[in-house]
Design a protein around this ligand. Structure first.
Ligand SMILES: CC(C)(COP(=O)(O)OP(=O)(O)OC[C@H]1O[C@@H](n2cnc3c(N)ncnc32)[C@H](O)[C@@H]1OP(=O)(O)O)[C@@H](O)C(=O)NCCC(=O)NCCS
Length: 200
């Protein structure tokens, strides 16, 4: 299967729900918050000029098969989820009543995430990368993350960070193969994560 990598800025906006759908295969907190949150997150990332984003498209069918997102300020992406107050409150109330453990995790994660970047203005965070389950195991994930590193380097950043759950062997293998090293392992509520970094 042949595929091509594109810059996120080249994506037709109408295809953002497809990226959000691919993201729902991730077992992280954003997917647990639900599809409306994921879609809104992608709309925010799509518009943010500081985001380094890539997506992979099947050359034959045109289908979107994976994406990666990196940012020098990941907290600013998540904080923008609260900007439309009535939408946010409605979503949070729904989560509070249907999935209270997700609500508690949201509080824990929003506290833990603060300061993770150590105010390093020369660093970016590999926030998410994901491949449609049908296309996994073909080094597409590794290539997407490598493209984020190349994009970060080209934009003048010197370092890249990532947090990966300790059970996530595929993500860890891809990230270690891309030259990251584990700098610490920590607990964040229900998550047990490695913190990794690499020079760019
Ligand atoms: C993580 C993810 C993007 C990897 O994408 P992928 O295209 O399948 O991965 P690759 O083919 O590039 O493989 C990367 C490495 O993981 C290994 N790997 C792939 N699938 C694996 C699995 N299920 N179990 C263990 N190792 C696996 C590969 O052998 C490869 O290792 P190598 O480079 O040492 O040979 C994909 O599994 C995914 O979308 N997962 C859900 C979302 C997610 O967890 N994203 C990361 C959040 S931190």
């Amino acid at each position: 299967m042949n595929y091509t990598l594109h810059n996120l800025t080249e994506l037709d906006r109408a295809l953002l729900p497809r990226l959000a759908e691919i993201h729902m295969g991730d077992r992280g907190l954003l997917s647990k918050l639900g599809f409306p949150f994921v879609l809104r997150y992608f709309e925010i990332a799509y518009k943010d000029p500081r985001v380094i984003g890539v997506y992979a498209q099947d050359d034959e069918t045109g289908e979107l098969i994976g994406y990666g997102i990196a940012s020098p300020e990941p907290e600013s992406l998540t904080s923008q989820l609260t900007h439309d107050k009535s939408w946010f409150i409605k979503q949070i109330i729904k989560i509070l009543f249907t999935r209270p453990h997700v609500f508690i995790q949201l509080i824990i994660s929003s506290i833990t995430i603060k300061g993770q970047m150590n105010n390093d203005t020369e660093a970016i965070e590999c926030v998410y990368f994901s491949v449609d389950p049908k296309y996994r195991g073909q080094k597409i994930g590794r290539t997407l993350q490598k493209a984020l590193m190349d994009g970060g380097r080209a934009a003048g950043y010197k370092k890249i960070f990532a947090s990966i759950e300790t059970w996530n062997k595929a993500s860890l293998s891809a990230t270690l193969a891309n030259g990251f090293t584990i700098v610490k392992t920590f607990r964040e509520g229900m998550y047990h994560r490695h913190r990794l970094e690499s020079k760019l």
